[in-house]
Design a protein around this ligand. Structure first.
Ligand SMILES: NC(=O)c1ccc[n+]([C@@H]2O[C@H](COP(=O)([O-])OP(=O)(O)OC[C@H]3O[C@@H](n4cnc5c(N)ncnc54)[C@H](O)[C@@H]3O)[C@@H](O)[C@H]2O)c1
Length: 333
């Protein structure tokens, strides 16, 4: 099987497996890869309280292979990575609160399973290229802004610690065993197919849902700064990293095209929707304990390594998201 060499950005005919492929970002990557002519396999556990949703692939279901299995099941992993050119490793438990209430499930999925995936790659497909979905959560409360990759890592929740370990297993396997791997540290990602039924993935999803249902949503404090990335930009970064050996062994921040307060995002959503209400509240105490305050990324490293910059403006990102859920909300609640 040929290895994907440097600057191999042509996915036509390539075999790509996506863990978490029925989720928000995974299914968006799948759609893009199908359009590029790749042979795409989606691995997802479809555990009901997680983000997998078959509706996410309704339009491409005949063009992808779906394997409903759990990355905690080491035995099914072998057949899934064998013969593949590339693995986009996105399966994850995404809820920070759940990681505090049930830390061992988070440990099993976000940490132990990552090691299992990499072991299977090392033993059965060392030529594969892996791109891992890491998170800005690992930095914790920033010492300075924008946050670059030199910033100390100081996770504020169990999820952040397990994602950090998962990330570093990838870098270790790259450096020690030559299993080419890159980690992208994602910030808040938004777009069609993001989770809206609860806040397990992002508070913004719940805002969109309540807005479209004509109900008020809650904004906690509201002055916190964020840089949201549109999902298509995130997929661009995954494909660039997958297709370039320049990113091997690297951790790279993603970020958004602008920095904005949560209150400003709420106002913009209401403007785009043509109406709506929110209530400003203080943080619930259990959330406050793991809140990171302001965050936005310094993305200069990924720009220099892969030429990636976020392209879709926030207004456009929110408009596309609201338009999608105007049509399809019933499939996501
Ligand atoms: N969305 C964001 O803002 C964001 C930010 C930082 C990092 N990330 C990371 O990106 C990745 C994808 O996130 P997403 O936003 O698409 O979330 P998502 O919940 O929509 O997708 C994750 C998918 O993983 C699947 N999954 C969970 N546990 C599994 C298991 N044990 N075996 C197989 N499949 C399993 C879920 O069913 C789901 O489809 C995650 O690893 C997440 O930590 C996302």
């Amino acid at each position: 099987m040929p290895a994907m060499s440097d600057d191999r950005r042509d996915f036509n005919g390539r075999k790509v497996v996506i863990t978490g492929g029925l989720g928000f970002i995974g299914s968006t990557a799948a759609r893009r890869l199908v359009g590029l002519g790749a042979h795409v396999t989606l691995v997802d556990s479809l555990i009901p309280q997680y983000g997998g949703n078959l509706f996410n692939i309704a339009d491409i279901k005949d063009q992808v292979r779906v394997n409903v299995s759990d990355v905690r099941d080491e035995y099914s992993l072998r057949t899934l990575v064998q013969g593949q050119d590339c693995l986009l490793n996105l399966a994850g438990q995404t809820s920070h609160m759940d990681s505090m209430e049930d830390p061992f499930t988070d440990l099993d999925i976000n940490c132990r399973s990552q090691l299992s995936i990499l072991e299977v790659c090392r033993r059965y497909n060392p030529e594969i290229k892996v791109v891992f979905a890491s998170t800005r959560q690992i930095y914790g409360k920033p010492d300075y802004l924008p946050v670059d990759e030199q910033h100390p890592v100081r996770p504020v929740d169990v999820n952040g610690i397990n994602k950090l370990a998962g990330e570093w297993y990838h870098i270790l396997y790259n450096n020690v065993y030559g299993v080419r791997a890159s980690a992208l540290r994602l910030t808040n990602t938004i777009g069609p197919r993001m989770r809206v039924k609860d806040a397990r993935q992002t508070f913004l999803g719940v805002w969109v849902r309540l807005l479209l249902e004509g109900r008020p949503f809650e904004v906690w404090e509201g002055h916190q700064l964020r840089d949201f990335t549109y999902v298509d930009d995130v997929v661009d970064a995954f494909l660039l990293a997958a297709g370039s050996d320049a990113a091997n062994g690297q951790v790279l921040n993603l970020g958004g095209e602008c920095v904005v307060s949560l209150k400003a995002v709420a106002d913009l959503l209401i403007e785009i929707n043509g109406g709506g209400h929110y209530e400003l509240r203080s943080f619930p105490s259990d959330r406050k304990r793991i809140d990171i305050g302001d965050y936005y990324s310094d993305c200069r490293r990924i720009e220099s390594v892969l030429g990636w910059t976020p392209k879709v403006p926030l207004r456009e990102a929110l408009t596309r998201t609201i338009e999608f859920y105007r049509q399809h909300l019933h499939c996501y609640v």
